[in-house]
Ligand binder design. Structure first.
Ligand SMILES: Nc1ncnc2c1ncn2[C@@H]1O[C@H](COP(=O)(O)OP(=O)(O)O)[C@@H](O)[C@H]1O
Ligand SMILES: [Mg+2]
Length: 455
């Protein structure tokens, strides 16, 4: 069942229920109050009859004029003796006389409903002094009231039907108004899937201030994010294939050079082999970095997080690099116990990336400082190297971005280091910032959340 049908049915049923309850109560209220009025009238009439002293003497009951004055349409008056004999009576409606004879010692009213034809009966005891000598019975056929109630009932049924029809029709109209934007939304979504294009919704939907407008806005934002992601992905594939193709082309051309002239020219052979080796190791580094990036993107958040001793990890990493590059890396910690919340391996990789850059792009000693600031560990790596032009700084974290591609080709950089570093930092809910001045040096500041025990 569609949303629209459900809305129409639900609202119509609800309205129907309200109207039915209202009409039924109205019907019964009117019916009860008219009956009450008729009972009062009948009661008054009985009072008038009983006010005549003759009626309190049973010898007068057979006098025809005793009840004659009370003859009126749709009425019955009769006197019943204790032995249940109808002693005297007048009736102007045949159905009233059919009422079974009863003898009661108290006042009693009775309402008879004979297939919609209603009759009202009233029984009153007749006393002579304190002794009950008989019973006066009055009956009234409620012709007019019955007819009237019938008409009222019909009217109410017709009104109920009318209200139901109105509810259904207005339901059709208002659900059309509500559903139309949802349909449009659905159509746009389908179009996106069918054409694999990034179509956004028209402002007619998104400018609305209601939930649907917000839904539309969210959809557009999602489409925009998808489009950006798609563009980045395409850019990445283009960059990656370019980066991979370059060393392969170099290897390929040196190999054919070797085949042609390598046998006779030892110097050429040596050069070719060296180039091939260099490009191969570059290729290897590139592929490793790419795999690392893919892996970081795939990893679930915070599953294997644990407390990591940042100072110890930094001292160990700096020590290794210092030996490998024969360079001075000075680690200076405000506190030996700065414990981060994270994963040891990626954090170590983060340190290697930043220290590697500092060593690669400078000649003087590199200074590393670790400290604590509120709930964060602050790690600053400072070198006095060639620095980075201001215009390049915003792009440093982009994949494959290198400040001077030709110059760094010889240094074996891939341009992926800092984008991996950024991924790792973001995964740890931290931040990374680079300040630099050309020819003066560079300062990288990393902030990572502390593990609870050390904060
Ligand atoms: N400490 C630094 N000093 C000068 N330039 C740097 C420094 N760190 C990064 N860079 C510049 O940022 C670029 C991107 O760094 P990165 O992503 O690590 O790639 P690469 O593989 O080239 O080192 C580098 O090519 C380099 O030009
Ligand atoms: Mg690097």
């Amino acid at each position: 069942m569609s949303l629209r049908t459900r809305l129409i049915l639900l609202s119509s049923l609800w309205i129907l229920l309200i109207v039915v309850v209202f009409n039924v109560s109205l019907y019964f209220y009117i019916s009860a109050s008219t009956t009450l009025n008729e009972t009062k009238l009948l009661w008054k009439k009985a009072q008038i009859i009983l006010r005549n002293p003759e009626i309190h003497d049973s010898s007068n009951w057979t006098k025809p004029e005793l009840l004659e004055d009370f003859k009126e349409p749709d009425m019955m008056v009769r006197i019943i003796a204790p032995n249940r004999d109808v002693v005297a009576g007048i009736s102007t409606h045949v159905q009233l006389s059919g009422y079974p004879v009863v003898f009661r010692s108290n006042y009693y009213t009775d309402m008879v409903n004979d297939f919609g034809f209603r009759m009202l009966f009233l029984q009153v005891p007749i006393y002579d002094d304190d002794r009950q000598i008989g019973q006066l019975e009055l009956g009234k056929a409620l012709n007019v009231v019955s007819e009237w109630m019938k008409q009222l009932g019909t009217g109410l049924v017709i009104a109920t039907g009318g209200v139901l029809a109105f509810a259904l029709i207005s339901g059709l109209v208002y659900t059309q108004i509500i559903i139309r934007p949802i349909r449009e939304l659905l159509e746009s979504m389908k179009a996106v899937r069918r054409n694999r294009t990034f179509v956004t919704l028209s402002p007619k939907i998104t400018s609305q201030k209601d939930e649907l407008g917000k839904l539309g806005q969210t959809f557009n934002e999602m489409i925009e994010a998808l489009r950006e992601h798609d563009e980045k992905q395409k850019q990445f594939v283009a960059d990656a294939s370019h980066e991979l193709r370059t060393p392969l082309t170099v290897i390929e051309s040196y190999t054919s050079l070797l085949r042609r002239w390598g046998a006779n020219d030892p110097a050429l052979r040596e050069e070719a082999l060296q180039a091939i080796q260099a490009e191969t190791s570059r290729l290897k580094g590139l592929i490793q970095a790419l795999l690392r990036l893919a892996e970081l993107e795939r990893m679930e958040a915070e599953i294997s997080f644990q407390p990591v001793e940042a100072v110890a990890l930094m001292r160990e990493t700096a020590g290794r690099l210092s030996v490998a590059f024969e360079r001075d890396l000075v680690v200076d910690a405000a506190d030996e116990r700065i414990v981060c919340w994270g994963e040891p391996e990626p954090l170590k990789q983060l340190f290697v990336i930043v220290l590697d850059n500092a060593v690669k792009y400078s000649r003087r000693p590199v200074r590393i400082r670790l400290s604590r600031e509120r709930s964060e560990a602050v790690i600053v790596v400072k070198d006095e190297g060639i620095g980075i032009p201001e215009a390049d700084i915003p792009h440093l974290f982009e994949r494959f971005y290198r400040v001077d591609k030709m110059r760094h080709r010889s240094s074996g950089g891939t341009g992926l280091g800092l984008s991996i570093a950024k991924q790792i930092v973001e995964r740890h809910n931290g931040s990374i910032r680079i300040r630099s001045r050309e020819t003066r040096g560079t300062e990288v500041e990393i902030r990572l959340p502390l593990a609870e025990e050390s904060s």
